[in-house]
Design a protein around this ligand. Structure first.
Ligand code: NDP
Ligand code: OXD
Length: 308
């Protein structure tokens, strides 16, 4: 069985060694050393160039070297084979760290302390306690549900919004478009962990920002195009929203002329909320290759219609 890896961000030997240690029987090829294209059964790739995968005539499945498959699905020539994404694979812990930091940042008012510091202002904040601080999560999937559980241990009031209703201890579940307005109106901090799909692109727009509570903050670690950026800037400038912590952007790297870079209420991180962990990812992919070879369904199979 031959597996082609496309991930120019990392050295070829890193992938080669990791896959070889997980399954020495695999014939591993790392792009651009593909060998005979007709040999390739599987691809493991992160954002391959459009058109590359259609050149593989005997491809059986595509393993996405990440959780979000929006960039992959944007390739109109993508072969009609199963797409399997990473589920957690070491990203859950990283996401938890990011959201705990973000929630504490706003809960303990470090954003206000920072702006006070710019103005030489000594203004101690009042301590309220986490039960009165509400964190809402858009997307209660593999990563969102782990974040909800971790934030619960800090004592925050929690809610989440997803396509289907969830039953997570201590997390109020809102499901479907009809429930979005009610969900948005409550949290002090809203964390976006939705995938980018036809249903979520530009979901957070002028109308949705207006539905958020006065003084709420936004943390976006899902995908950049779920936000309407000019609408976000307006909501921040009018003080309806208190601040935004943004890790993902429609164009990455974020262009230098973006108003977000210099905005005093915006914290930017360069898509680092959760990185792909090589060995965890490789182990998951190899396990899925074995499942498929046994005629079983791989874990993390993407529903192309839903787009995630
Ligand atoms: P999952 O597919 O497990 O979870 C997606 C969640 O979004 C589900 O709860 C799903 O609802 C919900 N959802 C999707 N569409 C809608 C909709 N139209 N309305 C309401 N809810 C919806 O994904 P993961 O948790 O693994 O990953 C989430 C996203 O995080 C990825 O798609 C990726 O974009 C992003 N990500 C970002 C990283 C970073 O470094 N910044 C790293 C890794 C991932 P339901 O459960 O009912 O299906
Ligand atoms: C992912 C990402 O989807 O890194 O895995 O954004």
């Amino acid at each position: 069985m031959a597996l082609l890896v496309y991930s120019p961000q990392k050295e070829a030997t890193v992938w080669h060694n990791a896959f070889h240690s997980a399954d020495p029987a695999l014939d591993i090829r790392v792009w651009p050393d593909c060998g005979e294209l007709a040999d390739i059964d599987y691809v493991a790739a992160w954002q391959p160039p459009e058109g590359l995968l259609q050149t593989l005539p005997n491809l059986k499945a595509i393993f996405n070297l990440g959780a979000g498959i929006d960039r992959l699905l944007a390739d109109e020539s993508l072969p009609d084979v199963p797409i399997v994404r990473l589920t957690d694979a070491g990203m859950g812990q990283q996401m938890v760290e990011y959201v705990v930091y973000g929630a504490l940042h706003y809960y303990r008012q470090f954003d206000l302390a920072h702006s006070d510091q710019q103005n030489g202002r000594w203004q101690p904040s009042l301590y309220t306690g986490p039960r009165d601080f509400h964190v809402g999560i858009l997307g209660l999937g593999v990563l969102g549900s782990q974040c909800a559980q971790a934030l619960q241990s800090w004592g925050f009031a929690l809610s989440g919004w997803s396509q289907s209703a969830k039953n997570i201890d201590g997390v109020k579940s809102y499901a479907g478009e009809d429930a979005l307005e009610a969900f948005l109106s409550q949290p002090d901090v809203i964390i976006n962990l939705l995938p980018s799909t036809h249903a979520t692109r530009q979901l957070l727009n002028t109308q949705r920002f207006a539905q958020m509570a006065q003084g709420a903050a936004l943390i976006n670690i899902g995908r950049g195009d779920v936000l309407d950026v000019p609408a976000l800037v307006t909501a921040l400038d009018s003080d309806h929203l208190r601040g935004a912590m943004l890790d993902v952007f429609e164009r990455e790297p974020l262009p230098l002329d973006s108003p977000l870079w210099q905005h005093p209420k915006v914290v930017i991180t360069p898509h680092i909320a959760a990185a792909t962990m090589v060995q965890d990812s490789v182990n998951q992919i190899v396990d899925n290759i074995h499942r498929m070879a046994r005629g079983e369904t791989p874990l993390g199979l993407v529903d192309r219609q839903k787009g995630y």
